[in-house]
Design a protein around this ligand. Structure first.
Ligand code: ZN
Length: 503
């Protein structure tokens, strides 16, 4: 095949792929936000059909040789070679699994999800246990088709964060544990920060109005390219640079839950929005890895959104919206409260300091499940013991313990560690950003988009053009170093809790 023929075939394939992906993405957003529930059966059948069509396009037997030709051809420019090689990798993963095996896995994973839901309702881990075991066996089987000599769990870690494996994460988490555990102990022994005023009644309509008229405009989340909706579990979804959707959830008794989830999700949206438009419609027009994506949302949520300059700009209007509740709360008290640290049993409610330990527990369990040192049997007891030892928390029940996260129910092992990695990436980016631009000045002066402009130029614009270590080098000028993250946590929490200087 001539290069031109290969390119024509490739472009046509890529366009069809992106059209189906867009349709399915919009249908999914609609399903999770506003779609009437009674229409589910009609929609689900047709969505399944569209997914099948998409799978057929993805695994089109004629495309692999085309992708191979493009990725290996020196006559093709570097952008396109990277694009073709990523598609080649993805397509190979899908085509190596016999279709009937793939269908059987989907069925097993649906059943496992249902069992997880039932187990949560009954607050009984035993209902989910055989399915967890099943998902582990399934993943071993599916990864076995890949003809990859690496350990299955290493392959799964690499799946979400290319280039990582157990050696990488063992070293990462050891460094975290050495410095975070003693810091938490000091915080726990110090005078607790008052957060009670955040748990009063804050009418949802008022929260929503403030978010839509003050917060979203401050964040530069423009209706020209983005839209925020409501869901049970907040998420971000996108089809191209100019169509990014976020969701949030308002809770009457918790003022800051929707605020920080909004800042977080809009951070994901900014990443997608800022990717160079020349990658639109291709595999390069997406964040490069789970850790990198999470680094951008966490940078916005924690490293920008929990600072004094950020709230100098926004707190007066929040106070005006809730005069009764916040009249006697000063700006400084509010900022201290949104940063307070309390070891808890639930990951999604954890503060910045204790969060990485929740992830460490999950990593150690996953690692043990795959290398055979842990068994799924009575895993809830292991879980509870680790929470007691590492966080000093007594887990009350399985729902707040081992059943709290959805990830294992569909076999997504290896995903959790990227959350902690994202926070650590963010610290290093932030360090560099502060050397180059006056971040606090921009936040205080409502110039959030100027901060986003730094992220666009140094990180976002590349999309998946380079891998995560490559982007770290380009943006920070050096290799990833978790020391920045640990320095940040130590400095921040020592100041916040007036600890004897440990830094
Ligand atoms: Zn996120």
């Amino acid at each position: 095949m001539t290069l031109q023929e290969a390119l024509n075939q490739y472009n046509d394939w890529k366009f069809r792929l992106s059209a189906y992906e867009m349709a399915l993405s919009i249908i999914n957003i609609d399903r999770l936000t506003v779609a009437p529930s009674d229409g589910a059966a009609y929609r689900d059948e047709r969505t399944a059909f569209l997914s099948g069509e998409l799978f057929s396009i993805q695994t089109d037997p004629q495309i692999l040789p085309v992708l191979k030709q493009l990725k290996d051809s020196p006559a093709v420019d570097a952008d396109l070679r990277r694009e073709a090689s990523l598609y080649f990798k993805e397509t190979t993963k899908l085509t190596c699994i016999p279709k009937e095996e793939f269908v059987a896995f989907r069925k097993a994973s649906d059943a496992s999800y249902d069992a997880w839901m039932e187990a949560r309702e009954k607050n009984d881990y035993a209902v989910f246990e055989p399915h967890l075991l099943g998902m582990i066996e399934w993943q071993k089987k599916l990864f076995g088709y890949r003809n990859d000599s690496r350990d299955v769990y290493d392959q799964m870690l690499d799946e979400y964060e290319p280039g990582t494996d157990r050696v990488f994460y063992d070293s990462f988490f050891t460094k975290l544990r050495e410095r975070i555990v003693p810091l938490i102990q000091k915080v726990v022994q110090s005078e607790p920060i008052d957060t009670s005023f955040l748990k009063q009644s804050f009418p949802v309509e008022l929260q929503k109005k403030w978010t839509e008229t003050v917060l979203l405009p401050y964040l530069g989340f423009d209706r020209g390219w983005g839209y925020q909706n409501e869901t049970e579990h907040p998420f971000t979804s996108w089809t191209c640079e100019n169509d990014c959707r976020t969701t949030t959830r308002y809770e009457e008794q918790n003022l800051i839950s929707s605020i920080f989830s909004t800042i977080h999700e809009v951070g994901h949206a900014w990443y997608e929005h800022n990717i160079s438009s020349r990658y639109d419609g291709s595999i390069l027009s997406s964040g490069v890895s789970s850790g990198m994506h999470e680094s951008q949302s966490r940078l916005c949520e924690n490293y920008l959104g929990r600072t004094l300059p950020f709230w100098k700009a926004l707190y007066p209007s929040l106070q005006e919206t809730f005069p009764e509740q916040l009249r006697s709360v000063s700006l400084e008290q509010f900022v201290r409260a949104v940063n307070a640290s309390f070891p808890s049993a639930v990951r999604t409610e954890a503060d910045e300091l204790t969060y990485p330990l929740h992830i460490m527990i999950r990593y150690e369990i996953e690692r043990g499940l795959f290398d055979g040192t842990l068994s799924a049997e009575h895993l809830d007891e292991t879980w509870n013991r680790m929470y007691r030892e590492l966080l000093g928390v007594e887990v009350k029940n399985a729902k707040e313990g081992i059943l709290q996260d959805v990830h294992w129910s569909d076999g997504s092992f290896g995903y959790f560690p990227t959350y902690a990695l994202g926070s650590a990436f963010a610290a290093q980016f932030m360090h560099k950003m502060r050397q180059e631009i006056a971040v606090d000045h921009f936040l205080e002066r409502r110039e959030y988009t100027s901060v986003m402009a730094w992220l666009r130029k140094n990180i976002h614009t590349y999309g998946a053009r380079y891998d995560a270590p490559g982007i770290m080098k380009l943006a920070a000028g050096e290799e990833f170093d978790p020391g920045y993250y640990l320095d940040y946590l130590e400095t921040k929490y020592s100041r916040l809790y007036y600890l004897e200087s440990s830094v």
